[in-house]
Design a binder for this molecule. Structure first.
Ligand code: FAD
Length: 398
């Protein structure tokens, strides 16, 4: 098996790594301690530079300004950008816009693409994805209360959603709502585009998560839909096709998440090694790096990152060859494996930093707060393990 990457990707990754190291990581102090206005200005400046480098929105379709990367190549780029929380916004590839762009590209009408997708790719507007409800299990989304009833040429949407990430300041939401309660479970719901200035669409609050409510892109909103009226032409794909589109969004989306987590894990690993090498621990001049237990931490983390990375890149390659549905076992396996590896590495890096690790003087505590959710969203660990285990046992039975 040949693990080399193309010359084109070598060049792109070298440019991105240099930019992340020299331009973005130094901005993290502003992100953690500075004013949001100063950060927004600095981010806009870096975005301008990324556009000048020809690397804006690199994951998007070529006809919409992207650079036509395969999923595997995009995964490698995602890993490089994941080393800092600022990477995705500065390169125009942040969630949930990236996933919305994918489904608008695949299922949108020409009009929807022009009206919503093009300005999204350009970075002129932001969007959100509104599926999970406080009163229903997100792990079993066929149980959904939000309804879209037909009235003349319109849909009238009623329901309550939460964890609609980045709804604060978004121009539109893609909402999942039941359009036919009598259909078979996986044909009941549809995806509908809702401009956020439509009467009845209300961001009730940015939910406080781990002590922070956030704002703008970095927030998770509770949203009410109260008799929200939109034209039926805002339907994305076909009626009843919501779950098919959701699956389409989640397959490659899990590669993006896993590669981003591997970027985090790798940077936390490097920080752990640097701290261990520098931190004196005894009067004889020895450092933490001289202690066997720390050497074991380092060796274990390295091996686990390497294993998780190989699994993920192989899954991305398989999706490129066969499509996501054929690779669902691999996708389930990487989702829970990589999330847990990343969280373990971040935890170990905090441990090795001692008290410094839990302060906000390094990026580690930010990740500890923000990335715990990795084991919950896009399918909780238990859901992936149960479905994968069940399929493997059935396959063995024949
Ligand atoms: C930071 C963050 C961002 C998010 N962003 C979005 C977004 O932008 N848009 C959106 O629509 N949603 C979003 N979500 C919601 C996310 O998709 C749901 O939280 C997820 O689907 C789980 O649903 P739930 O929270 O209702 O948990 P539940 O379904 O109530 O499950 C709770 C727990 O029960 C266990 N469990 C569930 N099912 C099983 C099972 N079959 N067997 C055994 N154990 C099980 C798991 O441990 C699970 O964590 C986000 C969530 C977070 C935390």
């Amino acid at each position: 098996m040949d693990f080399r990457i193309s010359e084109k990707m070598e060049t792109i990754l070298a440019m991105v790594n240099e930019f992340v190291d020299n331009e973005l990581i130094p901005l993290e102090g502003e992100m953690l301690h500075g004013s949001s206005e100063a950060l927004a200005e600095a981010v806009a400046d870096k975005q301008r530079k990324v556009r000048e480098m020809g690397l804006w929105a690199p994951n998007h379709p070529e006809e919409f300004g992207g650079i036509g990367l395969s999923l595997l190549e995009h995964g490698l780029l995602t890993e490089a950008l994941g080393k800092t929380p600022l990477g995705f916004t500065v390169f125009g590839t942040q969630a949930p816009d990236a996933g919305n762009i994918e489904i608008l590209h695949k299922f949108g009408t020409d009009e929807q693409k022009e009206r919503w997708m093009r300005p999204l790719v350009e970075g002129e507007i932001r969007s959100c994805f509104s599926m999970t409800e406080p009163g229903m299990p997100g792990s079993n989304p066929v149980m959904m209360d939000t309804v879209a009833r037909k009235d003349g040429d319109d849909y009238v949407i009623n329901g309550q959603k939460w964890f609609t990430s980045s709804a604060d300041g978004a121009a539109f939401a893609i909402v999942m709502a039941v359009t036919d309660p009598d259909a078979p479970p996986y044909r009941r719901a549809s995806m509908i585009i809702v401009p956020t200035d439509t009467p009845g669409f209300e961001v009730v609050r940015n939910i406080s998560v781990m002590g922070h409510s956030g704002s703008g892109h970095a927030s998770h909103a509770e949203v009410m839909y109260q008799s929200v009226r939109v034209p039926q032409s805002n339907l994305l794909g076909d009626e009843g096709g919501g779950f098919v589109i959701a699956q389409e969004r989640l397959g490659p989306g899990r590669i993006h998440h896993c590669m981003r987590w591997l970027g985090i894990a790798q940077r936390a690993f490097e920080m752990m090694c640097d701290r261990a090498n520098e931190r004196p621990i005894a009067e004889d001049g020895s450092t933490l790096a001289d202690r066997q237990i720390i050497q074991h931490y380092v060796a274990e983390c390295h091996a686990e990152i390497m294993g998780a990375r190989l699994m993920t890149l192989r899954s991305a390659w398989l999706i490129d060859q066969l499509g996501a549905p054929a690779v669902r076992d691999d996708i389930a396996a990487i989702k829970f494996t990589v999330a847990n590896v990343m969280l373990k590495v971040v935890d170990r890096a905090i441990q090795v930093h001692g008290a410094l690790g839990v302060t906000d003087d390094t990026i580690l505590s930010y990740w500890y707060r923000h990335e715990r959710a990795a084991r919950i969203y896009d399918g909780a660990d238990e859901v992936h393990k149960t479905s994968l285990g069940r399929r493997l046992l059935r396959a063995r039975k024949g």
